[in-house]
Design a protein around this ligand. Structure first.
Ligand code: TRP
Length: 482
């Protein structure tokens, strides 16, 4: 086998790298996954645990991934492999890169489907079809009550969920948008790190933030944030079980793009001048702010119109159209802007997920970047179509990848960076001062035990949640939230 060298591609500028990294983190995880995960896990208490997971686990692993990436200068799998060898340790550690890269790939297979749903909602928002929900509800109520005077009224939330189900079962249309979305991804990733990923992110992310500020400003002026604030900010710890911790860790890692070794790949293109701790802090805080803002955009609507806060993957697509429909004419503009914004966020994340596989394939002999991107695009199309036509596996794929594979990979990365590699090895990346001391303490003594504990008890709790009967003493130990 030919030896694999350091990547020769680099980010064009520090700003470009930050945009690409923030672009990777800020995505459907913030808008789509965060609200329903928080809703399913009790709201306020979940959010507190989530914030702790970002700060004490996510940020630490993020710094580890960047450091491993820049130190090795290779894709995740090869990078970990070569660092292990350089330190005289077993090259089996390369398996960590495999777990992460597979997680990224599997996430991408359903991520593109949700993105296709987002695209499908753009023309709906533009044509003002959400504005007809109230009339439809009134008409359906009248029809039902004509048949039976005691029939319950059909609510706007009912109409919106009918609309969602109808939209995603329009399989050919979703399939068409899926192909479109994959094609855009292939096009960008094929153009390389600087000319493709970084260029796309430096255009899309500033546009994203401008739209976000506009929409949030509008929501604050027009909306009623009271019910949402009390749901999000009054923690109910009686609902917290081990499963809540697993969900919070999974969500934190998913949202930060940590635990798939993706940030190792992005780190491999980093210049020496970039300060890794500072960049990690910027990425983590931007991502967390956007998640909280998204929560405050969605829950006021959920409560105002009687939608179910634990509404699962459809929540985003059901509750927001209600709001846009109620705003009258301006709803057409705000609604369209919102789904376009979600699409921008999704795109800068999906290209990063694709880069994991492409950067690895590209290191093989005879494989070019465009060839790798097109090959991956084709496989994605096959699997994505499977989801589009069969429908229901997304929840499960999301649970296995997000809540199990990401934390597992992060656990192994932290053991590798903290215990297998020497301190000296990473001093070139993190310096020799207090930051290094603190990081090293966390990555050795806090992250591995916490993740081991959460993974074991959280998955048992989740199994219980799926209806599996566990031995009695475990049921007692695991407590609520089963
Ligand atoms: N963080 C992205 C989001 O919030 C999704 C994502 C991109 C991701 N790259 C990742 C998740 C790598 C896990 C691992 O939507």
């Amino acid at each position: 086998m030919a030896t694999i060298g350091r990547k020769t591609d680099t980010w064009g500028s520090r700003f470009g790298f930050i945009m690409a990294a923030v672009g990777s983190s800020v995505g459907l995880g913030n808008f789509w996954r965060f609200p329903f995960t928080a809703g399913e896990n009790g709201g306020g208490a979940f959010i507190i645990i989530y914030l702790a997971c970002v700060l004490f686990l996510g940020l630490v692993v993020l710094m580890a991934e960047y450091s491993l990436g820049r130190k090795s200068g290779m894709s995740a799998i090869e990078g970990i492999h070569s660092l292990a060898r350089a330190e005289g340790k077993s090259s089996n550690w390369g398996a960590v890169g495999w777990i992460g890269s597979l997680a990224a790939f599997f996430i991408l297979t359903f991520y593109i489907v949700i993105s296709a749903w987002v695209i499908e909602f753009i023309p709906q928002a533009m044509s003002g079809s959400f504005q007809t929900f109230a009339e439809q509800a009134a008409a359906q109520t009248a029809a039902a009550q004509a048949a039976d005077p005691n029939a319950a009224a059909v609510t706007i939330a009912d109409i919106s969920s009918q609309n969602f189900v109808k939209s995603i079962s329009d399989r050919l249309l979703v399939g068409f948008f899926l192909v479109l979305f994959i094609a855009i991804n292939v096009f960008i990733v094929a153009r390389g790190v600087k000319g493709g990923i970084e260029r796309a992110a430096t255009i899309l992310m500033p546009a994203f933030f401008i739209l976000l500020i506009g929409i949030v400003g509008f929501a604050l002026i027009e909306g009623d944030a009271g019910a949402a604030a009390s749901f999000l900010l009054s923690p109910d710890f009686s609902k917290v079980g081990f499963g809540t911790f697993l969900a919070a860790v999974g969500q934190a890692f998913f949202s930060l793009s940590v635990g798939s070794c993706l940030m190792i790949t992005y780190g491999a293109y980093l210049s020496r001048e970039t300060n890794i701790p500072r960049s990690s802090a910027i990425v983590a805080s931007a991502d967390t702010m956007v998640a909280l803002i998204a929560g405050f955009a969605i829950f006021p609507i959920v409560f105002a119109f009687g939608a179910d806060p634990a509404g699962g993957p459809g929540l985003f697509f059901i509750s927001l159209p209600i709001a846009f429909g109620q705003m009258g004419e301006i709803g057409t503009v705000v609604g369209s802007a919102f789904f376009i914004l979600a699409l921008f966020a999704a795109l800068t994340s999906s290209i990063s997920l694709m880069e994991v596989a492409v950067s690895w394939l590209e290191e093989r002999q005879g494989v070019t970047r465009p060839g790798a991107a097109m090959g991956i695009g084709f496989v994605l199309f096959m699997i994505g179509m499977g989801y589009v036509f069969s429908g229901t596996f997304i929840d499960f794929a999301d649970f296995i990848t997000g809540n199990i594979m990401l934390p597992l990979c992060a656990l192994l990365v932290s053991i590798f960076a903290g215990w297998v590699l020497s301190r000296k090895m990473l001093e070139s990346e993190l310096g020799e001062g207090n930051v290094m001391n603190m990081w090293r303490f966390m990555v050795r003594w806090v992250v591995p035990p916490a993740l081991t504990f959460i993974l074991i008890f959280g998955s048992l709790d989740a199994l219980q949640g799926f209806g599996m009967q566990l031995p009695g003493f475990l049921t007692v130990l695991l407590g609520p939230n089963g």
